[in-house]
Design a protein. Structure first.
Length: 115
């Protein structure tokens, strides 16, 4: 189960305050580590090219409340639209095709809190 992440970051664009957005990806199971590694080699550059910034890519230091001690990734984007566009980009979709059914993941896009 993904842990809750609360982020209070604001971005000003044209005088308008906007919250950043985050990919929160928790792996429940990795059944093919080789395929996951190939996915990472394609997915990482695709995320960076789309404006993402990796905040963490690791196994949790500690888990609580039914948390699974598996690989967790958090990526920051300047906006929700940028986060969605990164996921839907051809480069990231190519990486997902390589991943296939090699991993069971909980993938969420969440907005930061304004104010």
């Amino acid at each position: 189960m993904c842990s809750e992440i609360v982020v209070r970051v604001l971005l000003t664009e044209g005088g308008e305050t906007m919250a950043k957005a985050y990919w929160v990806v928790c792996y429940r199971l990795i059944s093919d580590p080789t395929a996951r590694e190939k996915y990472s080699k394609l997915g990482g550059p695709a995320v960076l090219a789309a404006g993402g910034r990796f905040l963490t890519r690791s196994v949790p230091a500690k888990t609580y409340e039914h948390g699974i001690k598996e690989h967790t990734v958090v990526v920051e984007f300047e906006s929700l639209s940028q986060a969605v566009a990164a996921h839907d980009s051809p480069a990231y979709q190519e990486a997902l095709a390589v991943l296939g059914k090699a991993a069971e993941r909980d993938f969420r896009i969440v907005e930061g809190i304004e104010g």
